[in-house]
Design a protein around this ligand. Sequence first.
Ligand code: F6R
Length: 268
Amino acid sequence: MEIIILKSAASVAAMGAELVQELIRVRPAAVLGLATGSTQLSLYQELVERYLNGEISFRQATSFNLDEYLGVAADDPQSYRAYMDREFFDRVDIDKRQTFLPVCEQGKNPVRVGPRYERKIREAGGIDLQILGIGANGHIGFNEPSSSLGSRTRIKTLTRQTCEDNSRFFKGDEFQPVLAITMGIATIMEARKILLLATGANKAGAVSEMIEGPLTAMCPASVLQMHEHVTVLLDEAAAGGLQNRDYYDWTRLQNESLQDRFGVFHDE
Ligand code: F6R
C-alpha cells in the first residue's frame, strides 16, 4: 500500500483529483469505480472544477458505482443515483448512459442484480481505478464486518452503526433503508488500481486496522493489504492512529524523488 498523509481534507481531495486526472490523461476511455458519501464530495467538487477549467474530460469514460440502496427509487433524492447526478454526472461531460449503479427497479428481483452488474463490469473490460471511502467500522462499499472476502455484488444488510452514521442524511420521518446492493470484496479487488480516501478523526481506528491490523473479514478494508496497487490518501486526523507513521512519510519522500527523476510510472 502506498500511504500518503496530507495536511487537510482539502489536500486529500486535490491529490485524489490529480490521480484521477492523470489516469484520464493516459486513458481517456477509463472505467472508473465510484463511491458516494461525505468524503467523496470534495473529490467530485475538485473534478468538476478541473472539468470547468478545461483540464479534464470524462466524455469517453465509463463508471460503475459501488453501491445503491434497496427500496429507494432512482429518482428519489436519497438514492445514490441522485447523489451522483447532483454532485458529479450532471456537472461534467460524462455520457450518462455510460454510468452504472447496482440498481434494482421496483418490483424486480434484487437477487438478479448482482450477477448482471458483475457481467456488465466484465463486458466494459474491468475497472481501471476504484475509488473507495471507508466506514468507521472498516467497511468498503457496503461490505460490512464479517462480509466474505470472496464476496460478489449482492444484497447486504447494513449494520446498526452504518445506519446510525448515515442517519445524518435522513430527516426524522424519512424512510432510511437498511438494505443495499453493493459490489463484493472480490469485485473490488479485481480493479486494476484502488484509491482510498479517508478524512477525519472518526476514521482513525478503521484506518489503522486497515493498514496495520491483521487481514480479517472483521475489517473488510484490511483485504486491501492483498492488492498490488492501492493508494491511501489520509488527512492528519484520519492518520492519527498509525504506529508506523514515520516510515510512510519517509517512503513518500523516496517515491517523490524517484518520480522527479523518472516520471510517473504507467503500465504499458
Ligand atoms: C458509499 C460507500 C461507503 C462510504 C463509507 C464512508 O458508496 O461505499 O463505503 O465510502 O461509508 O462514507 P463517508 O465518506 O460518508 O464517511
